[in-house]
Ligand binder design. Structure first.
Ligand SMILES: [Zn+2]
Length: 79
């Protein structure tokens, strides 16, 4: 019970020495643009330990999918 309360009232996950993943990086990750192992490894490690960032990663995935759908439907050229 105490442990649950501590979890609820702690705004940060236990990775206190690590910053959370930025929205920008989450988008790049979902777009498959994070390819370097040096960047990808800590990012995926953080996602394993941080439900908050997983949630934001899912939001980013939905955003990326909507964006890609809009690009296909509108036949936009990204380049
Ligand atoms: Zn996080």
């Amino acid at each position: 019970m105490v442990e649950i309360l501590v979890r609820v009232f702690q705004p940060h996950c236990h990775y206190t020495d690590m910053e959370h993943i930025s929205d920008h990086d989450l988008e790049r990750y979902q777009l498959g643009r994070v390819v370097g192992e040096a960047e990808l490894a800590p990012l995926e490690e953080h996602l394993l330990a941080c439900p908050g960032c997983v949630e934001r990663a899912e939001e980013a995935a939905a955003y990326v999918q909507a964006l890609q759908a809009a690009i296909i439907m509108g036949n936009f050229d990204l380049e």
